[in-house]
Write a protein that binds this ligand. Sequence first.
Ligand code: SF4
Length: 376
Amino acid sequence: MTQVLFDYTRQDAQGDSCTAHAWAKVPAPLNPSQRQALKARAAELLRQHNAVLVAHYYVDGDLQDLALETGGIVSDSLEMARFGRDHAAQTLVVAGVRFMGESAKILSPEKRVLMPDLDATCSLDLGCPADEFAAFCNAHPDRQVVVYANTSAAVKARADWMVTSSCALEIVADLHAKGQKILWAPDRHLGRYIQEQTGADMLMWNGACIVHDEFKGLELDLLLEQHPGAMVLVHPESPKSVVDKADVVGSTSALIKAVVEGTAQEYIVATDNGILHRMRQLAPGKTLIEAPTAGNSATCKSCAHCPWMAMNGLQNLVDCLEQGLGEIHIEEAIRVEALGCIDRMLDFTAALKVRQAQAQAPVPAAGSLVPGIGAA
Ligand code: SF4
């Protein structure tokens, strides 16, 4: 069951593309000595401020390297949220987009959460305004409200569950098995994929990611003719025509794992091309090919790179630490409401990990001892 409701705003009041403001704020490329100097300065500031850098796979490679070199993390949004919550640092610097900074603040209200540019947003977040969403939920009180991480704190405050692409399938499958009907928001492609996989009764919002929405199934067919042995890795925010050709569909972490563990030499990657930096580091001998979008001569707004992720740079990272800029603030009542759906997801994924570990553990031989329990 699908209901079309709200898409992201494709133009601003002046008629400019929704991404024009973001592209205009993307930092200019730096030369090697500038990069080195800024990285050293940022590392020093992180240390001085008892801060840790929490970066997403889609941001600039220098920021990813800096995070790893200074004891931070490069990860998907689920791991970013967990890492920030559990780390002892008093300041979290989130290199990613705004909903990631908000999630960090929701989970760690006692910590200062900074971002290099607070204007870094997401078309999924933009396309799901809290008031319209609340009205949609109110009209369907019989459904569990499941929202993707890429939403504002106010939208999460209205939800029963938050999910990321790492755990969405498992959580919806579990709710479906318990007989629950679902109201899903905001990504229509991820929602459709989960609906197909689980058979759940899902009523859907009509959002999309401007990066993944532009991958093209027909062009992918043509590319595969040139690379018949390539493995196709697809993020589920992509359209069905692309997902249907995938060898692996999964979160950013799952796609990286597929490259590292895969036996193929070539990989066609349908997600933001910022991920290639980490893939190249972890699988240096493999050939990585960007999946086709509309192409350079056409009208793609992102061409496989998110302009909001690209707004994060070394200079604005240094500025935010030096000047305390870009701090995330969330109204306490909204934060507390939003915390419930994130905690529910974290509890679910922690329990799932335990179940998976138990399922993989070797079965003790008959008559042997299980520590703390006695004879099995
Ligand atoms: S890549 Fe897509 S989903 Fe991710 S932040 Fe950018 S617009 Fe949002």
